[in-house]
Write a protein of this length. Structure first.
Length: 685
């Protein structure tokens, strides 16, 4: 067999075998799969068995994988979480970058590295990759203050490292003169401003017109990624800067739990990122480590200074903010792994001629060791923190979140499912799409076939987002009875249902089916009219009627509204009708997740209709935290709002009915509600 192999089909086949086998072997050894792919590159590369050469094709695919890693990092940054804990994150991020940078710069400069190489090597030691974050999330400590601090700090360390990389790369083109700094600063400002302004405009327009075209959505995102990366080079910056900025620009348009995000991660994790890791492994020359003792010395110093610097940063931050020793070690475990940023900067430094083979080998050794130490520390101390946390007594609101989506109209199916994906969050429960065929059992075959066809589309769409589905079909002469029977049988906690904005009778809020369902259920219900894609929402306007804060279900309802704002990257405007603003502001501030919100008072319902609603924008999402008739906080105006909002400027609104725990008797059904009966008589006669 010719070596290296030149047959493109065989090269790709070998690569696929490596991508399949290497992570499986690493899993058995409880080592991150990233290590296996790098090892494989060392073995099959030109400095190993020489099966595959690091030719232009491998370099091309590896470059795409590099940009992909940085792009996904920009997409996944929690901008709202950083705003909330920015002081702690800034302190930790500054320490976490400065201490390893100082160690790395000092020892490399003393070893004879050039100034540019020493600065770049120091910046590489300062960055980190949140490789072990999924472990903290799996163990239930993702909301711990120490974890939040590290996640926010990673934004600081990675951004500074990328900027230093841009400066070093630019300096290789000439002297670090005043004109260079002015040119770099001007091009950086113009470029970043252009990307952060133009991409959101294009994305908003595209997603509003092409929201149902899955393949085109993915191609659009890839177009924005690689155009941004290319124009970064035109501006004198590194392509990875462009990829990172593109990720930030598209951050709020690509929902975490959506088919589009799943496609992006799937393609990257399956093809491009493994090729990048393989290509990096091909750079390592084991012979240099064996024949050159100085290479081992460099590797030992790099590993030691990274771990010392990262631990000191965690320890000092822990002292400042009174974190426990377990939280300090958890912070160290989260911040010590180095993969994406290290690989990117090392590759760039090697191509610029700043690093030789010994440095590349040292960096790869550092990646191998830190990617083993980090997950081990997080697994150990996240588990301790989870065990030490005070156990809360069981409450019905802590029951598993089970979301049901009754489906009837295929045209609104995707928007309802997108909403349900967000509300479901990270629940381990499947999503429950439901269709009800109207008719007698045995005589509703055609209706049942139509219903199952709608469910089939829902299953396909949910599979694209990797959301588990449990299909529900019911046959009933009364659609409402079929829906309620499904709710009771599957113990549903939340119902997301669509409304077309049309009224079947003038005396009702929505029409026969929805009004009956609200009358006969006590679960949280979101009646939704969605006229624009959720990911193009800039602002969520929450209307709070007088007294709704006192409802037991208010906390959960407001939490749902804030969750939507957090996932959509939208601001929250709360309009409180005739009630105490300070109490609402305090209560809303205590409810998680943390989002940017403001509270405004409205003196009357007339002011709401005449002054507030006309000022709303087309892409606002209006959420009315309503109340079932006769319950606390109910007002006749709440029954008028759906028909008003149906013709208002905003294209989308949700009437959110909180759960009614007090309305459930010992048999699990709604008990007699005398005030409700009285109010019904008063307003229906």
């Amino acid at each position: 067999m010719q070596q290296p192999i030149t047959d493109p089909v065989l090269i790709f086949a070998i690569a696929m075998v490596i991508f399949l086998v290497a992570p499986l072997l690493m899993t058995q050894l409880r080592i991150p799969g990233i290590i296996g792919l790098i090892f494989a590159g060392v073995i099959v590369g030109p400095n190993g068995l020489n099966l595959i050469d690091r030719d232009p094709t491998i370099v091309l695919l590896g470059t795409v994988g590099l940009l992909y890693i940085i792009f996904i990092a920009g997409l996944e940054i929690d901008l709202e979480g950083f705003k909330k804990y920015r002081q702690r994150s800034i302190v930790f991020g500054t320490l976490s970058f400065t201490l390893p940078f100082t160690f790395g710069f000092t020892f490399s400069y003393l070893l004879g590295f050039s100034l540019a190489a020493a600065i770049l090597l120091g910046s590489i030691l300062g960055s980190h990759t949140l490789l072990a974050y999924p472990i903290a999330s799996r163990l239930g400590v993702a909301k711990n203050k120490a974890v939040t601090t590290v996640v926010g700090g990673s934004m600081i360390t990675d951004t500074v490292a990328l900027l230093i990389l841009a400066v070093v790369a630019g300096s290789m083109q000439g002297e670090l003169s005043l004109s260079f700094w002015v040119s770099l600063l001007a091009s950086l400002i113009v470029y970043v401003a252009a990307v952060l302004i133009l991409i959101p405009i294009l994305a908003k327009s595209f997603f509003r017109t092409m929201s149902s075209e899955g393949a085109l959505e993915f191609i659009f995102v890839m177009t924005m990624l690689f155009l941004s990366a290319y124009f970064a080079t035109v501006a004198g910056l590194e392509p990875i800067i462009g990829a990172f900025i593109a990720g930030l620009a598209l951050n709020r348009f690509i929902l975490e739990q959506s088919p589009l995000m799943n496609r992006i991660k799937f393609v990257g994790n399956a093809i491009f990122i493994p090729f990048f890791l393989l290509s990096v492994g091909m750079l390592m020359d084991v012979k240099v480590l064996l024949s050159n003792p100085s290479a081992w010395l460099l590797a030992i110093l790099v590993v030691a200074f990274v771990q010392i610097g990262k631990f000191l940063a965690a320890w000092i931050s822990g002292k400042i903010y009174s974190y426990s020793i377990e939280e300090v070690k958890l912070m160290f475990g989260l911040s010590v792994p180095q993969a994406a940023g290290t690989l990117a900067a090392t590759l760039v430094g090697f191509e610029l001629g700043l690093f030789d083979q010994a440095v590349v080998n040292a960096m790869i050794v550092k990646i191998l060791i830190t990617c083993i130490v980090g997950p081990y520390m997080v697994e150990k101390y996240a588990r301790r923190i989870a065990f030490n946390e005070e156990q809360q007594p069981y409450e019905s609101t802590n029951a598993p979140e089970r979301v049901m989506v009754p489906l009837a109209n295929p045209n609104t199916m995707e928007s309802l499912l997108d909403l349900a994906f967000i509300i479901r969050g990270n629940s381990l429960e499947p999503l429950y799409p439901l269709t009800v065929a109207q008719g007698e059992k045995g005589s509703a075959a055609s209706e049942l076939a139509k219903a199952e066809k709608v469910l089939g589309h829902a299953v396909t769409y949910a599979a694209g987002a990797e959301v588990p589905i449990q299909m529900l079909t019911r046959v009933d002469t009364n659609i409402t009875s079929g829906v309620i029977r499904a709710i009771e049988e599957t113990r549903i906690t939340t119902v997301v249902i669509g409304w077309n904005g049309k009224l079947s009778t003038p005396q009702r809020m929505f029409g026969g089916v929805l009004d009956q369902m609200l009358e006969r259920t006590n679960q949280m219900v979101l009646v939704s009219k969605l006229g624009h894609p959720l990911n193009t929402t800039n602002r969520i306007v929450v209307i709070l009627p007088s007294g709704v804060r006192r409802k037991k279900g208010f906390y959960r309802a407001m939490q749902t509204a804030k969750l939507l704002a957090a996932k959509l990257g939208a601001t929250l405007l709360c309009l409180v009708v005739k009630d105490d603003l300070e109490k609402y502001e305090k209560t809303i501030n205590e409810i998680k997740p943390d989002v940017t919100f403001s509270v405004t008072g409205v003196s009357s319902w007339n002011e709401l209709h005449q002054q507030c609603l006309p000022t709303l924008r087309k892409d606002d999402l209006v959420i009315v935290i309503s109340a079932r008739r006769g319950t606390l906080a109910w007002h006749p105006q709440l029954e008028q709002l759906p028909r008003v909002l149906a013709v208002a400027t905003p294209e989308s609104f949700i009437m959110l009915y909180p759960p009614e725990p007090d309305a459930v008797d010992s048999r699990g059904s709604r008990g007699t509600d005398i005030p409700r009966m009285l109010s019904k008589r008063t307003y229906e006669n």
